[in-house]
Each structure stands twice: as structure tokens, then as C-alpha cells.
Ligand binder design. Structure first.
Ligand SMILES: Cc1cc2nc3c(=O)[nH]c(=O)nc-3n(C[C@H](O)[C@H](O)[C@H](O)COP(=O)(O)O)c2cc1C
Length: 186
């Protein structure tokens, strides 16, 4: 097949459309949707990365407080995921607006999102400016999973996670295409 050269844009996919929580100085929580959320060191220790623009409200909260949680949504949460990525926590309480339930985390101040079956508590190890995003490295302190999403070995079973997949500005479920980034704004 002939290769065609294109202008690179977010060239690696798919990724999750993950929901990241953070807190302000009074403990009030915010949520942001991020496609740039990835594993880096997978076991010893477990370290993840998130890339977020300084213009977001979440960036300042995570920098100041030094903790965040990553929550992997199911495909049926798609409208909330897209909406959370379309408004700022500077202007509203996203837990209230999108009808999500904060659950206290074990070791960090930002809450988990109860409706997401997989939740990861992270402590910021460092921050680095990388082009148009800030990279936060997060040491994973605790991983939670809904008991009914486990396999016989007690590990998260991806066949039961009903994962939401983000690729080239579009959303997919295991079963196929669901919508385009920003569809809730139209
Ligand atoms: C599917 C999706 C993926 C997104 N990925 C990122 C990302 O990786 N980095 C980023 O800075 N913003 C990303 N955004 C945009 C933020 O979610 C958006 O700017 C949000 O309103 C910021 O909220 P905040 O101001 O409350 O932090 C994404 C939005 C959507 C819908």
C-alpha cells in the first residue's frame, strides 16, 4: 500500500477517555476528561502519566495539592465524559452537574468516582513541561476495582469493564463507534 504523509496530530491511539479528580484548598473536588493518560512503569513501582494543559482548572489544582485520582468510565457514561471535558470546574461543580458520586479515597484527598469501575489513587512524583501539555508523573498508591468486574484470579477482567475507548477524536465501545468528541455541545 502507498504511504501518504499527513500533519501529525495526537498520532498514537486509542487511549482511554479517563476522568481525573483533584481538589482545591478547601477540599472541593473537580473532574477533568483526559485522553492523555497512560502507563509508564507497570509494576515495580507502578507509575502513570497524565498530560494536561496549563489553561485547565485541574492543572493548577493538581500542581498545588500534589495528588489526583484516575477513574476509568464505562461506555454508558459517555455523555458525562464528553460533557466533563467541555466545561471548566471554574464555572460549576462537575460532580453535581453530571450526577456523579464522590467516594472517599484511601490515601489521597481527591475522591474516587463511584460510577467508574476502576479507580487509581496517585501521588505526583514530578511535573515536566512537554510542548503544549504539562506531564504529571503519578505514583500509584492504591488501585480499586468493582468486585463484579474481577476474573477468577481476582484481577480486573477487561471483558467485564465495558471500556470507553478514545481514538482520533472519536469514542468507541468494545462494540463499535459511539460518537465524536464534543457531541454533547451541539
Ligand atoms: C475526550 C476528551 C479528551 C480530552 N483530553 C485532554 C487531554 O489529554 N489534556 C487536556 O489538557 N485536556 C483534554 N481534554 C479537554 C479538557 O477535558 C477540558 O479542557 C476541560 O474542560 C478542563 O476542565 P477543568 O478546567 O475543570 O480542568 C479532553 C476532553 C475530552 C472530551
Amino acid at each position: 500500500m502507498q504511504k501518504v504523509q499527513i500533519t501529525p496530530f495526537r498520532p498514537i491511539y486509542p487511549s482511554p477517555a479517563a476522568l481525573i479528580t483533584s481538589v482545591d484548598g478547601d477540599g472541593k473536588a473537580n473532574i477533568v476528561t483526559l485522553g492523555e493518560c497512560f502507563n509508564i512503569s507497570i509494576a515495580r513501582p507502578v507509575i502513570v502519566g497524565i498530560a494536561i494543559r496549563t489553561a485547565t482548572y485541574s492543572h493548577g489544582l493538581i500542581r498545588r495539592q500534589g495528588e489526583f485520582t484516575i477513574n476509568l468510565p464505562t461506555a454508558d457514561l459517555l455523555e458525562k465524559v464528553d460533557g466533563i471535558g467541555s466545561v471548566s470546574g471554574r464555572d460549576c461543580d462537575k460532580f453535581e452537574r453530571f450526577g456523579l458520586t464522590p467516594l472517599p479515597a484511601r490515601q489521597v484527598a481527591p475522591p474516587l468516582i463511584a460510577e467508574c469501575p476502576l479507580n487509581v489513587e496517585c501521588k505526583v512524583l514530578g511535573e515536566q513541561e512537554v510542548g503544549d501539555h504539562q506531564l504529571f508523573l503519578g505514583q500509584v498508591l492504591v488501585e480499586h476495582v468493582d468486585a463484579d468486574r474481577l476474573d477468577e484470579a481476582g484481577k480486573p477482567d477487561p471483558r467485564k469493564l465495558d471500556m470507553l475507548i478514545y481514538a482520533a477524536n472519536n469514542y468507541f465501545a468494545a462494540g463499535g463507534w459511539l460518537g465524536t468528541h464534543g457531541f454533547t455541545r451541539r
